[in-house]
Design a protein around this ligand. Structure first.
Ligand SMILES: [Zn+2]
Length: 452
């Protein structure tokens, strides 16, 4: 590395540097926290690089006071390596697991020269957006990928650690927004606009959404995308490991946007550790605390019969234990749109966790949504509850509902779906499931799994 730097005319000094080039075996090495803190304190930029492995990493340049710090990046990296935590704990390690590193000298030299090139351009005063990104060089196919590194506003090192708490405690007052034009539905941005604005969230290394790709094995007439592991299913244990987030749409862009939003929704619904929490009993908290069953709406009969029911039912139909008003639990504030004030609900109902077997009441993703604005998310989440309520009334009561004449819509995509399903030996029909809410929404393909 020293030779490579010298060959490109960079003088290497021990102190008084304009830029520090830091080489590591792993971007999560704990020593990097100190390196970052020292550089932030001194206001000195540094470039992080990993030469080893089949895929060397170059960048980002960390610029104190501008953009993300190493802790911001490390937080994202850890999200994708969550499986390592239990192993590290079991082995009593205070650092990432050391894995065999496969690399050839040619790959390492190429990466070293690339890092020196980046450093030389930086020192010459050249500035461009990708300097803030992490670049990977796949030595198997020589493809380079750029992974955006975002600053985390609530980062404990460079941001405001109390930000999440302040936002959760603040009232949520919806505002009126203009709807996007064609293809936007009841949303503030069109799917295309939303995708462009938030595409940087997708990366298996630095993103909160690991992938956005066509669903493998999906029939060609249905536009569907998957967007990585479904975080809402982690507390369901091993069975949840295979669950994926995804989305559908009439166009490629709509399906991609839908899959992106579902993955973001699940990420935002996950507990990250900085949520405001009060530990107390329901009885001691009194009126501001909502009894969990005011939201869960189980009948007494369901609680009484829960053991027999839980032995036979699917995890989606699990009935939890009745809530114990004398048991101290964590509570988190929620803003009541109807009461226009803060109430408290058990934290375990509000965020997904990765702890299988944790005591309930549990969070679930019904009524969760992400959108281009808080109001979009509010509307979509509410409509999902209306939809599921209407489906449940029909499905569990086995009511007879009127059919809908699909041809009356004159939509070519309906013909495409019908023909595609016909080739698979399935019929396509639609029922009017309008309930006492008065909203009309119903779609179902017979043969698909029942409502969940
Ligand atoms: Zn930071």
């Amino acid at each position: 590395m020293l030779a490579a730097s010298a060959e490109s005319g960079l003088s290497v000094t021990e102190s008084d540097t304009d830029l520090t080039l830091v080489l590591c075996d792993d971007y999560l090495s704990p020593e990097l926290e100190r390196v970052d803190a020292e550089h932030r304190a001194a206001g000195q930029p540094w470039l992080l690089t990993r030469l080893c492995g089949y895929e060397p990493w170059i960048g980002p340049f960390f610029r104190p006071g501008e953009g993300p710090c190493w802790s911001c990046l490390a937080y994202r990296l850890e999200q994708h390596r969550g499986y390592e935590g239990p192993l590290q704990q079991a082995l009593g390690l205070d650092r990432p697991l050391v894995r065999p590193i496969a690399s050839l000298s040619a790959g390492r030299v190429m990466a070293a020269q690339s890092a020196v090139l980046e450093a030389a351009k930086w020192l010459a005063g050249l500035r461009y957006a990708d300097q803030g990104a992490l670049r990977t060089v796949d030595t198997l196919n020589l493809r380079t990928r750029v992974h955006a590194v975002s600053r985390i506003p609530q980062c404990p090192s460079c941001g405001e650690p109390g930000l999440t708490g302040r936002r959760v405690w603040a009232p949520f007052v919806p505002v009126s927004r203009t709807k996007a034009g064609q293809g936007g539905g009841d949303r503030a941005l069109s799917p295309d606009q939303l995708l462009r604005r938030h595409a940087h969230l997708v990366s298996p290394i630095t993103g909160i959404v690991p992938v956005l790709e066509p669903s493998p094995g999906a029939p060609e007439f249905a536009t569907t995308y998957v967007s990585g592991h479904n975080l809402a299913m982690r507390e369901r244990g091993p069975a949840g490991l295979r669950a994926q987030s995804g989305g559908k749409g009439l166009t490629d862009t709509e399906a991609r946007t839908s899959a992106l939003c579902e993955a973001v929704e699940r990420y935002c619904g996950t507990r990250h550790g900085d949520e405001p929490v009060v530990v107390d009993t329901l009885r001691a908290l009194g009126e501001p605390a909502l009894h969990p069953n005011a939201c869960q709406l189980y009948a007494e009969e369901q609680f009484r019969d829960r053991e027999r029911w839980n032995r036979s039912g699917s995890p989606f139909h699990h009935v939890p234990e009745p809530f114990d008003a004398e048991r101290p639990v964590e509570w988190t504030p929620v803003w009541s749109l109807t009461g226009r004030r803060q109430r408290l609900l058990p934290t375990s109902m509000l965020y997904f966790t990765s702890t299988p077997g944790a005591p309930g009441p549990y969070a679930d993703s019904n009524g969760n949504a992400a959108g281009s604005s808080p109001e979009d998310a509010l509307l979509q989440g509410f409509m999902e509850l209306v939809e599921r309520d209407a489906v449940a009334l029909w499905w569990y009561n086995r009511t007879r509902q009127p059919g809908i004449d699909l041809d009356a819509f004159g939509e070519p995509y309906i013909g495409r779906l019908r023909e595609g399903y016909r080739r698979m030996g399935r019929d396509l029909w639609a029922l009017d499931l309008t309930s006492d809410w008065g909203f009309r929404r119903s779609w179902r393909c017979p043969g698909a799994p029942g409502p969940q």
